[in-house]
Ligand binder design. Sequence first.
Ligand SMILES: [Zn+2]
Length: 119
Amino acid sequence: MDRNFLDKVMEFGQHLESANRQYAELKESVAQMMEENHALQIENHHLRNRLEEIEKQLEDKGRKPGKKHQPKSAEIGEGHDNLARLYNEGFHVCNVHFGSSRKGEDCLFCLSFLNKQNG
Ligand SMILES: [Zn+2]
């Protein structure tokens, strides 16, 4: 009976050790995940800032100084030119496929949209 009891104690000890090892591994991977998470948060923050910068730059470009007093029709004309240029560069400007590549094919939606803007 003593022998059996001792075996059981030893076995229990081994289980404890292995559980302890697993616990240490888990702790390590949690620490790693927290580090990664932290790094991603920082990167995300930087990317957001960068995006805001780019959006501001685009806004500033769209709002050219000295054009404020021109009539609205001129602004529409400028917008139309931009869309026509975009179309000529090979992209859709229609509601259906806006911004995607025309793959070298003319698009009736785009053309009718551009004609409407013209008239
Ligand atoms: Zn189109």
